[in-house]
Design a protein around this ligand. Structure first.
Ligand SMILES: *[C@@H]1O[C@H](CO)[C@@H](O)[C@H](O)[C@H]1NC(C)=O
Length: 388
């Protein structure tokens, strides 16, 4: 089975593809990246085999976005240009096509359901770039300034810091998680307007919204939004309501869960990183960074459906990420594996197996890449995702 692009794009093309099938097959291809490098590897369920190991000077591709059949977009975390590469997935080649100036400090790229627009979240600049990516292109349409009252943390919330944008299941709206202003911004893409139409304050103040995911995966509309907050080390569950009063959608808080488990206090300085929803809509996974432990961890949170749209999040446990600084991880298209990147520590990349029946995580790694492959300590990878 061939998955065309991101999960969302595959879904738009054929909803049937969303169903979990077999375990990750030998044809599974992943892209991963660290500062100055982008890699292509195959994964067979037990090991990664890197088939492209390419260097791109003066780039920090801390986030990538693949658009089938051969476009690979990359942020440049240390500057203000966004890159377009041509990737030949079966021919094993990655070549730079162009790079275009946008806003500074972009740390995340989100492609819309139609694969025609891409939003870049400019953490450093407080701006969100809107790109036209039709026909494998890259043209800046506009930059949206995030505004609004700053959060109470003077070190981290000195300015607006949009950390990520997420396209909703209808494809029309994007929400931006702004760490600097403790808010969720709703952006309406209709007629290419891309205006902020609603701003929802995240409580507790100082939580620092970072990454979120709409629920359920594969539905025509969202019923919930789960939000991971970096400084607060909490995941917040919201009920989502679409409105026709111009605000696009509204949010109602239904639960705030500590990322280290209920009735626990996050270690001082901890900073939650990534949030992932399983394709079967039964589990959430999140990364806890800067835990002070020998390795950081990936936590498993069960989504309990009490009927009538009543959801409850239940923290289950956490397993080692294999290193420290798991800034980003992702789930295979079939839901059988988590692919984890660690910026530091012993293992740069790990594959963690996920049980189909209860979503539990295996504590043995089923594939690793040593941090030694990435040069100096702290230069470990920051992004990994299945593209085929
Ligand atoms: C990439 O290639 C370099 C040079 O051959 C090698 O030292 C490094 O281990 C490779 N990295 C990965 C992740 O394969």
């Amino acid at each position: 089975m061939k998955f065309s692009s991101t999960l969302s794009a595959a879904l738009a093309a054929s909803p049937a593809l969303a169903a979990p099938t077999s375990s990750a097959a030998s044809s599974t291809k992943v892209v991963y990246a660290n500062s100055g490098h982008i890699y292509l590897a195959s994964y067979d369920g037990t090991k990664f085999t890197t088939t492209v190991n390419s260097s791109f000077r003066n780039t920090d591709p801390s986030w990538l976005a693949y658009v089938a059949p051969n476009s690979l977009y990359a942020v440049n975390d240390i500057a203000s240009n966004t890159f377009l590469y041509n990737i030949d997935v079966n021919g094993n080649a990655i070549k730079q096509v162009t790079n275009k100036q946008g806003s500074g400090g972009v740390v995340h790229l989100e492609v819309n359901k139609a694969n025609t627009r891409m939003l870049g979240a400019g953490y450093g600049s407080g701006k969100i770039d809107v790109w036209n990516i039709e026909n494998g292109g890259l043209t800046l349409i506009k930059s949206i300034q995030s505004t609004g009252p700053l959060g109470p943390n003077p070190d981290r919330q000195d300015a607006p810091h949009p950390h990520q944008t997420v396209n909703d299941p209808t494809g029309r709206f994007f929400v931006a998680n702004d760490l600097g202003t403790d808010s969720i911004l709703v952006i309406d893409s209709q007629n290419d307007a891309f205006n902020i139409v609603n701003r929802f304050p995240v409580v507790p103040a100082g939580a620092g919204p970072r990454h979120g995911v709409f629920f359920p995966f594969g539905a025509a509309q969202a019923t919930h939004y789960f939000l991971l907050c970096e400084m607060g080390n909490v995941v917040i569950a919201y009920k989502v309501t679409y409105t026709d009063d111009g605000r696009g959608m509204t949010f109602e808080t239904i639960q705030v869960l500590n990322t280290f488990g209920p009735n626990t206090v996050a270690p001082a300085g901890a900073g939650a990183g990534e949030l992932v929803l399983s394709p079967d809509n039964k589990d959430l996974y999140l990364s806890n960074r800067l835990t002070g432990q020998a390795t950081d961890n990936i936590a498993h949170v069960k989504i309990i459906d009490n009927g009538a749209g009543n959801l409850r999040l239940l923290w289950i446990n956490s397993v080692s990420s294999g290193g420290t600084g798991p800034r980003m991880f992702s789930i295979s298209n079939d839901g059988s594996s988590l692919f984890v990147t660690n910026q530091d520590g012993a293992l740069g990349v790990t594959a963690i197996s996920r049980k189909a029946d209860d979503g539990s995580l295996d504590t043995n790694f089923h594939g690793t890449i040593s941090s030694g492959a990435f040069g100096q300590s702290g230069q470990g990878p920051q992004y990994i995702k299945q593209i085929q």
